[in-house]
Design a protein around this ligand. Structure first.
Ligand code: SAH
Length: 262
């Protein structure tokens, strides 16, 4: 196991996804599509203005929840200004899509608070063309934000219905993201190594396969801690000597990282 060094402690308490029920599903097949450089596809026809009733809400969200809280990465900010978060939220909660908290998405799971999505995205330190693995697709929103950055996105979800629904909305919006219904504990060996790995549910330890699938210099952003209690959001980086250096990004509250039954 690579050595873990704690570098910095910040105080922060925010909600990733909160839930009372892990909602694990049974194992089944993959719905992987061929990944490609991401971002919505555009038509060759003259651009028509698509009505977006939530544009003002989204602008306010970025101004007051993201930039005001010192998220500085221009790519992250631009992605948060662009991705239609309301498309990833169940109809009954759509009017709250841009509010400063997580929202239910069914199966006891939630779409993370916008600030947490921005914080984790920035912490990944990705550049266009990088390969990124997400564990915990949920609604697909975080995957869309990553795709908007121009990275290759691979995302794994343990609840079959959520995996299928996220795949549908990502395709409908033109985001080219590879999705897989599986237990993300084991990562996605076939597409490794990854420049960055993001885990959006909280395990009680860092899954070793996710560390093993990091490219040299790779980053791993993961909330770690006990179920139902405040967890620590960690940013790990594989340094040039192959050591994993950890930075504590503060306290967070995420849904549990669940496992498929043996
Ligand atoms: N990133 C999501 C947040 C989803 S909440 C979004 O943008 O909406 C966390 C998700 O992790 C849940 O959908 C949960 O089912 C999933 N999850 C929990 N344990 C998992 C595991 N072992 N493998 C893959 N997904 C997991």
């Amino acid at each position: 196991m690579k050595r873990i060094t704690v570098a910095l402690v910040l105080v922060l308490l925010s909600a990733g996804c909160s839930s009372s029920d892990g909602g694990a599903a049974t194992s089944s097949s993959s719905s992987a599509q061929s990944p490609a450089t991401a971002g919505p596809t555009t038509s060759a026809a003259a651009p028509t203005e698509v009505p977006d009733p939530f544009r003002a809400d989204r602008t306010k969200m970025v101004d007051f929840q993201i930039e005001a809280r010192l998220i500085e990465d221009p790519l992250t900010i631009s992605a948060m200004r662009t991705v239609p978060r309301h498309e990833f939220v169940p109809v009954e909660y759509q009017d709250q899509s841009y509010a400063d908290h997580p929202l239910p998405i069914g199966h006891g799971q939630t779409i993370s608070q916008p600030y947490i999505v921005a914080l984790m995205t920035e912490a990944l330190g990705v550049a266009p063309g990088d390969r990124v693995l997400e564990i915990g697709t949920g609604s697909g929103y975080q995957a869309a934000v990553l795709a908007e950055l121009g990275v290759e996105v691979y995302t794994i979800e343990i609840v079959g219905e959520l995996a299928a629904a996220a795949d549908e909305v990502l395709q409908r919006l033109g985001y080219e993201v590879a999705t897989l219904h599986a237990d993300g504990y084991f990562g996605w060996e076939e597409h490794a190594p990854f420049d960055a790995v993001i885990v959006t549910a909280a395990p009680d330890h860092v899954p070793q396969p996710l560390i093993d699938q990091l490219a040299p210099g790779g980053r791993l952003v993961v909330p770690v801690g006990p179920i139902g209690a405040v967890q620590t959001l960690w940013r790990f980086e594989l340094d040039s000597g192959g050591e994993l250096v950890g930075e504590n990004l503060g306290g967070v509250f995420f849904v549990p990282f669940t496992r498929l039954e043996e």
